[in-house]
Design a protein around this ligand. Sequence first.
Ligand code: PMV
Length: 333
Amino acid sequence: MSVPPRAATAVACANIALIKYWGKAADGENLPAVPSLSLTLDGLRTTTRVAFDASVDADELVLDGKPATGRPLERVAALLDTVRARAGIAERARVKSENSFATASGLASSASGFAALALAATRAAGLSLSAAELSALSRRSSASAARSVFGGYVALAARAEAAEPLLSGAAWPLCMLVVATTRAEKPVSSSEGMERTARTSPLYRAWVTHAPALFERARRALSLRDFDALGTAMQESTWMMHASMLAARPALRYFTPTTLCVIDRLHELRAENPAYFTMDAGPHVKVLTLAEHANALAGALRAVTGVKSVIVCSPGPGVALLDPAPPKPESES
Ligand code: PMV
């Protein structure tokens, strides 16, 4: 029997939801209440190394060069506990994670972070999970992470354990511009925001009722490669999700005046450049466009007051190992 590898490194790309997930099913382990559809992006990456080490007493996390404690460390340790139980090992781990972009500010760092962690941790523990199993494992930590296991266009059905790939990025290479408006961390986490919306917003039920129809419209637009239909469904999903949050008590508003300035400027630029926007649990704007218009739009949006950076992203791949090592078959563990 081969000795299982004790360390592994994985890279995952963030994904941006074209059709939004907001709200958890009442029962189950972090199952989404609504279906979502995303695009995995090559420009936003997390690289995570996990090393199980008998000489450490507690799991350690270094995030972007700084030791992490509190909630971020607890969430990582919870995923590691699941992996340890499955692999039948007891060692604690040293985890080192680096993002190529700002963490916890609505730029989907939890999606790429937990997808990379799930692959690195399972391989370091000697397990070899299928993509669907990795997606289900990541989902328990962050439902959007279930989608980052796959490249291109990805669906996560309501109450689904795992995401499913719908279409490769190469089959429809649209571009997404990530327009960052601040480097600050978000004040209310998405989990807390969803819980508050579900508990207090009179619009939450309407959101959950309407979300499946938006998802079906987007799925159809994807199969027809209908850019306007996809973009329109994306914007409707975005506003409907944010409307449900605005009606929470106290109201939850992630967008800022700069966010709205970017959206207004985009409306002007649309005369020449087909484009649609979305925004998540943060003040940034993500713009879906055709590859031939990406650079012109990026240049114009960089000039909007308050914009910190614009990252031009193409469809990205699914999670992958950086230093592949032969896995120990699960049956041996
Ligand atoms: O998976 P979480 O807890 O990071 O929530 C993601 C929520 C949104 O980004 C706002 C929407 C989505 O579908 O990604």
